[in-house]
Design a protein around this ligand. Sequence first.
Ligand code: ARG
Length: 287
Amino acid sequence: MKPRMLMCAPDHFGVRYVINPWMEDQIDHINTDRARAQWEAFYQALSEQAEVHLIEPRRESPDMVFTANAGLLVDGIFVLSRFRHKERQGEEPFFLKWFQQYESEIVKLADGIAFEGEGDALPQPGQDWIWAGWGFRTDLASQRFIEQKVGRPMVSLHLVDPRFYHLDTCFCPLPNDRAMYFPEAFDADSLRQIEARIAPENRIAVSPEDAEHFACNAARVHNTLFMNHATPALRRRLNSLGFSVVICPVDEFMKAGGANKCLTLVLDAGDPAGALPKNAEQAASPR
Ligand code: ARG
């Protein structure tokens, strides 16, 4: 099945305030033509493999290009984000309106609880759990609430490095029980949570160099990873595990603290429903 994603054109993209370390010293430093060209190239590449839907950009919301933060869509339920910073809260009604056209069930969080959508909530393909980052943008309380609403466990991971303020900047769940991540961005308990669920041979720990170029912020379509950057070593590792890597540089967007994954929201991952991860297949086979 063809995956479906949501993007937002960079018509009004810019750095007009500072809400993460990447934005420091970047106010009004975006080369808008370059940003547009990078976004278009990524959009075209992604559109070859996925059905890409678009939401209309808003002049007053320069970060709306980062649609990953709209909310979390899982099993037909859309959990609308509640942004931590007032600078982005104006996006909420527009994302809500877009999802109201398509999704039957919309869940909103109680007042005062922050949750920044797929930026901090990433389902593990083929499993029921959702990896859930907290510490900078998302409140832990949102995760217990969402768990109840969507009926799936959320594995809370504490983010400790302000440069990796959203989970999707340092963690990328992959099919067949794999995950790519930057261990230094997590506290010790969270690393134990990851290690309890992802076997050693399935963990792709990236170097500081890859992490700082947001290699973990990959947009995935089946086994293709659209990435801003990957060192030759990381590319080889991913290729050897059966992933194709498509480099789509988005460094203009990194000035705002986001890369390829942040620029997309998954409407439907389109992963084959019956494809069980290897260990599950073994467990299910007759003895
Ligand atoms: N400037 C945006 C912010 O700080 C960037 C968001 C990046 N999105 C993401 N999913 N990591 O909110």
